[in-house]
Design a protein around this ligand. Structure first.
Ligand SMILES: NCc1[nH]cc(CCC(=O)O)c1CC(=O)O
Length: 311
């Protein structure tokens, strides 16, 4: 292994490996030598109970950041939505590569589909829908207060197995994870325009040491300007609302012709109250757009909803 080998740190789940392998392939195409180092995180170690119970932000990312700072890896490949917005001293987000779908997807159990329920609207009254995310839960209940939303944890394959085992009538997962794992065919309904996704969903965040210009320059060649700007706006809104990854908060920005259109919403945990703001701004001012949208939400009373959740 030469000195210039880029060592990529990743979690060991099949999705995390797919993402790290994809980045490795792209860097090799650019002529770099790359090695992959698997790291176990607190989020992977805890297999039961709601994700909120782990208590802290960054359960999937902290150990990898520690390995970066310790110098045992050079580049972290994170799911951007799992990466806290608070900057980590000594580290930089070097690039956001081409984004996969930012949207959520509904997967309905086959016998329910056979019974004619192939969309969120057509699920029977009181149907059981599984998700581990307070954002998805609140939006599901906002749209369908009759649904019984149950907890769902584990990696993508585990969650699909729990659906098949009959624990739920339907589950909600990120379309990006399903597509990357070759499971697009499992999607019953795309929830684009129905549920607002998490900030950064579907995007990767490539992080390296702030003083490692060689790795930062290599990573930067994978950067997609539009996707970086869109996720910057989404994450700026999240940071301003201080919701962390556990808030019932959705944000999605669409980039078109050097313009960003950002939608963000904050809900009460039960979904009975919902605030939404839509604004546009120049791509080059993504951070400011996110902050402006967050301020508009705060002016509508978003802080009270977020505090309720934290109490
Ligand atoms: N919190 C888990 C997580 N983190 C990233 C993804 C995959 C999608 C993505 O890249 O955003 C998932 C699974 C899911 O939400 O279904």
């Amino acid at each position: 292994m030469s000195d210039s080998t880029i060592r990529i740190g990743t979690r060991g789940s099949r999705l995390a490996r797919w993402q790290a392998d994809w980045v490795a392939g792209e860097l090799r195409r650019l002529g770099h030598e790359v090695a992959i180092v698997e790291i176990t995180t607190a989020g992977d170690a805890q297999k039961t109970g709601p994700i909120g119970a782990i208590g802290t932000q960054g359960v999937f990312t902290k150990e990898i950041q520690r390995a970066l700072l310790a110098g045992s890896v050079d580049l972290a490949v994170h799911s951007l939505k799992d990466l806290p917005t608070t900057p980590t001293p000594g580290l930089v987000l070097a690039a956001v590569p081409e984004r996969e779908s930012p949207f959520d997807a509904l997967i309905v159990r086959q016998d329910r589909i056979d019974g004619g329920a192939a969309t969120l609207d057509s699920l029977p009254r009181g149907a059981r829908v599984g998700t581990g995310s307070v954002r998805r839960k609140a939006q599901l209940l906002h749209l369908r207060p009759d649904l019984v939303v149950g907890d769902l944890r584990g990696n993508v394959e585990t969650r699909l197995a729990k659906l098949e085992a009959g624990e739920h009538d339907a589950i909600v997962l990120a379309e990006a994870g399903l597509v990357r794992l070759g499971l697009r065919g499992r999607i019953t309904q795309r929830l684009a325009g129905v549920i607002i996704p998490a900030p950064g969903q579907g995007a990767l965040g490539l992080e390296c040491r702030a003083d490692d210009t060689a790795t930062s320059e290599a990573a930067n060649r994978l950067n997609r300007h539009e996707d970086h700007a869109a996720t910057t706006a989404e994450r700026a809104a999240l940071a301003r609302l201080e919701g962390g990854c556990l808030a019932a908060l959705g944000a999605h920005a669409l980039a078109e012709n050097e313009t960003l259109a950002l939608t963000a919403l904050v809900l009460s945990e039960s979904g009975d109250r919902c605030l939404q703001v839509d604004e546009v701004g120049p791509l080059a001012e993504a951070q400011a757009l996110g902050e402006r949208v967050a301020d508009a939400l705060l002016a509508q009373g978003a802080a009270a909803l977020l505090r309720e959740r934290q109490a």
